[in-house]
Write a protein that binds this ligand. Sequence first.
Ligand SMILES: [Zn+2]
Ligand SMILES: [Zn+2]
Length: 180
Amino acid sequence: MADGDEEEVARPTVNIYDGPQPYNFEPVRRMRGNEEIPRADGRQRQINAWSEENEWRVGEVSWCLCGRCRPMETVVESLCCREVSAFWSLVEELNPRPADVTCLTQHPGFEACCLNPFVLKIAYTHFRQDHGPLFLLIPRQYRYTAYRQAIRWAYGVLGRSIRKPLPSCGFNHQTVIPEW
Ligand SMILES: [Zn+2]
Ligand SMILES: [Zn+2]
């Protein structure tokens, strides 16, 4: 989709993905449409204010509601899947809703969409066709692809230059993607 706006993700070259970036940090579920999320200055101010207020989260997990988050090094990573409606609604929409799923990473789609190496390989092939290859070591290619899959799964759209944070529990899962 070379000329499509929503797929126009800035092609990363170096430091492609070093963890969630604080752009547009706001745990609000987007409608699944073509709507681009505006990056207003006001929103950036909100993000900064939130980050300041929540600095205490860094390095601890008392904010975790799912039981699977770990202490993170930055405040924007210090988020639980249950706090981010875009992610948690994926669990809530399961029908029938399994009572034992208490974390996004236990959702049957999580492994299938975001960790399964065969799925990631296809997703990366798709990305490469649209955007060209990533000049990264293979594990980082896949990690970035996993990140994109998780964001698309939750938000539906990958906006231009927009980086959404993953919840800590999902982020931690990414770090254990096997070294292919
Ligand atoms: Zn959690
Ligand atoms: Zn979780």
